[in-house]
Design a binder for this molecule. Structure first.
Ligand code: HEM
Length: 221
């Protein structure tokens, strides 16, 4: 048996994306944002991009809930669009922000890929689901703490609700259960490899968004 057949899938996908995870963490935009060198406008622009991506992820959720592969991952307690909208209401001071809002080109590409896999390939959808939600449950908590400190948001309140999973009682237990679901993902070795590759693509799509945000808020330059 090859290592990829004996290693739990949750370990494989995590290990395979490790390098890109470090790259995302160390992107100049993220470093500047978390280092307190950028203003709340940059945080707002970032939150807007997340809104486009999560709409793509969650608009297919009802349909995919019945799918044998993606269905078990669809958990309403994870849904983020409503929280993002509350944050954006707050960040825009109650102004009608949605009407004229345009995604960055990299965000358009990211959301389009999510929509495509949601339509055509449940395993690919799982790759994107994992990359976002497990990340938000993990590193997202670091981003929340820093955002509260940097821009004075109320702890777990308006502006950072995206990072607060109120309905996930025990995030560590939730993540364990999620990894268990990943380990049981149906499909042969080839399909699992395709899912890992899609996860890497998801990371690359994120990094591209950070790059464009970095160009818009070029502090490290
Ligand atoms: C500055 C930004 C970030 C920080 C500080 C951060 C930090 C972390 C931390 C501390 C963990 C937990 C690792 C563990 O359980 O041992 C984690 C996990 C994770 N992060 Fe991030 N992260 C960041 C950005 C991102 C981005 C941009 C993505 C992708 C969109 C991402 C996706 C993930 C995923 C999928 C996991 C779960 C890994 C697993 O347990 O399978 N992270 N992150």
């Amino acid at each position: 048996m090859s290592a990829s057949e004996t290693t739990p899938f949750s370990t494989l996908i995590r290990t395979a994306s490790h390098e890109q995870h470090t790259e995302a963490e160390n992107s100049s935009f993220m470093s500047d944002l978390l280092g307190g060198r950028l203003g709340v406008a940059a945080y707002t622009r970032y939150t807007e991009q997340l809104w486009f991506v999560y709409r793509a992820l969650e608009e297919s959720a009802d349909r995919l809930a019945e799918d044998p592969v993606a269905g078990p991952f669809i958990r309403p307690e994870l849904f983020r669009v409503a929280a993002l909208e509350q944050d954006l209401d707050h960040l825009h001071g109650g102004a009608d922000w949605a009407a004229g809002l345009r995604p960055l080109p990299a965000t358009t590409a990211y959301a389009a890929r999510v929509t495509e896999v949601a339509r055509d390939w449940p395993g690919g959808y799982v790759a994107h689901h994992y990359t976002r939600y497990l990340g938000d449950l993990s590193g997202g908590q670091i981003i929340r703490g820093t955002a509260e400190k940097n821009w004075g948001f109320e702890r777990k309140g308006a502006g950072v609700r995206f990072y607060v999973f109120e309905e996930v009682g025990n995030p560590a237990a939730f993540k364990r259960e999620y990894r268990h679901l990943l380990d049981g993902l149906p499909g042969d070795e080839l399909e699992r490899q395709r899912v890992v590759d899609e996860c890497k693509r998801a990371f690359a799509l994120n990094t591209a968004v950070f790059r464009e945000l970095g160009e818009q808020f070029p502090l490290s330059a």
